[in-house]
Design a protein around this ligand. Sequence first.
Ligand SMILES: *Cc1c(COP(=O)(O)O)cnc(C)c1O
Length: 363
Amino acid sequence: MTIDTRLWSMKIRQLTPYVAGEQPKMADLCKLNTNENPFPPSPKAIEVMKKVLDRADELRLYPEPESDELCQTLANYHGIKREQVFVGNGSDEVLAFIFACFFVKERPLLMPDISYGFYPVYAQTFGVNAQAIPLKSDFTIDVDNYRVPCGGIIFPNPNAPTGVLLDLGSIRKLVKEHPNAVIVIDEAYIDYADDVKNVSAIGLINEFDNVLVVQTFSKSRSLAGLRVGAVFGNPNLITALATYKNSFNSYPIDRLAQAGAVASILDEAYFQDKRQAVIALRNALTTKLTELGFDVLPSSANFVFAKPNHATLTTKMIFDKLREQGILVRHWDKPRIGDYLRITVGTAEQNARLIDGLRQILG
Ligand SMILES: *Cc1c(COP(=O)(O)O)cnc(C)c1O
């Protein structure tokens, strides 16, 4: 079907939207392509959301517009203040607001050449001049390469789709060197770093007024379907985000999501248990893939980025053959990363099915 764009504005004609990993409805699918958590959300979060549905008035009324209880719960959890927290409809929405509030500037926004594919899309949506800084050949970020005049810097840590972690000392240095630019650390996967407390940049928000740390409930809290993300930073920055939000949509987080997200944060035992389980599964998967001849980048996330090194089969061919078996992973036909597969860490059963599938394919 061809679309008649006669009535479209120039702006919308020029947009190229982000393409998320596919969500097909095939039977018996082994879905390792969008970094969802292989475990269910906290049973306490489910219970609380069921109670919301059981109370007659809850969905009849609008939700609390600023998600105060959720922000306070996150503040308590991280040992920061309510005024340092902002939440949105998934961290993708939070990131979009960040681009609109802090990156529409004369000077360019710096980001790694290999990172989250949504950043260039936001840049286009909001008219931000983005400049890619190449990762080193081992896929690490060299903060010395960011020593150029800029309007802002953004990168995921651990990086996506590589899983590689940047140390906190380097981040601190970067933040110090750019006091007049907002530095955004997208910690979508930080809970899968072995030593979260010592690698998360959250502590920097008390030291510097130009740091924002973004996190999400979609990965380590198994709530991708609920759509909740958060950002932590100086109240001056947080107030800008609230101003933008209230110029766009007063109620981005519904009642179910606010209640479920709060309950999930309060269930620390479940969170730690599942977090450790995924880390153990990731390490076991890394070992298996290495045994099959893959180069696997050191991952601090719930996925691995791995290069097959097969004599005759290209990575794309391996990707296609896995798909024929109903095993979905992610592949980008792009410079530098075309030889790699990004594989989400699944349950022990899913990971075994992947390894069996690869064994068959690779011979
Ligand atoms: C998954 C992901 C997000 C988006 O998370 P949502 O909260 O589900 O919108 C943001 N950044 C990175 C790097 C991600 O991988």
